[in-house]
Design a protein around this ligand. Sequence first.
Ligand code: MN
Length: 306
Amino acid sequence: MKKQSYDLVGDIHGQALELEKLLEKLSYTKTDGVWKHTECKMIFLGDFVDRGKYQKEVINIVRPMIEQGHALSVMGNHEYNAIAYYTQDSDGNHLRSHNNKHTNQHKAFLSAYDNDSSEKEDVIEWFKTLPLWLDLDGIRVVHACWDFDLISKLGSSELTDDLLHQSAITGTWQNDAIETILKGKEIPLPDGYGFNDKDGNPRTHIRIKYWLKDAVTYQDYFMGPSDVLNDIPDIPVVGDYLLEYDSQDKPVFFGHYWMEGKIKPLTDNIACLDYSVAKPGGKLVSYRWDGEQRIDKDKFVFVDRG
Ligand SMILES: [Mn+2]
């Protein structure tokens, strides 16, 4: 039987106008307020909110599509952060503290929703229904990192209340699982090494290009701004941190990584669709998948940020 075709769409971050342009470009039509396609379903890779001007407008496009069966989605770290920002533990502390850094990251969403608490509560409850990953017939989808061990340890892709509360506690395996799956794989630098990130915060871990097969050193694996590359040791990675994603495994799609430059797959069966539409010069990128094992460089479709 022919597999279901999907249009996978990268991180939107409040850029509703680009999303509508992309829907039109992919021949979706709006009927009774809902965008749909006769043969395809859409799969969103998460991060609907924060940054852009049109927070509610994005939710009002994607939510009816998902609720009426025209789209699927995974949860992004920004939806997870929003849930944790609004949820309190048994002592009344927010799971994600309301410090300046967190509040600042979240201000576009806050200003869109904070004058209507029932509407905000409703959208936060809806965020909780988004799965942490999708393992479908012929294809896999996750916001940042497909880690077989952590996914099998979690078992269910649902963000239950228990998982939400456990994952908010630093040092738990649930915290590691959510951080890795939604925010990317990180590895510790050897003792004595570190660097300052763009906000001046000292870092002793680096986010890695976990899909690389033949890279050797910390610099090779480093996923981050090139201006700190000189602070990353160019010595072989010590320890067993790297993930295997075999070329025979189903194609996996993720967002999250603020890619720039030419749109292309990372390997034959791995592609990132986040091309930084939230930044000037960025693009909103999609991929039309029709059952193929090998990701085709000619099947990406994008719109430029307006
Ligand atoms: Mn993200």
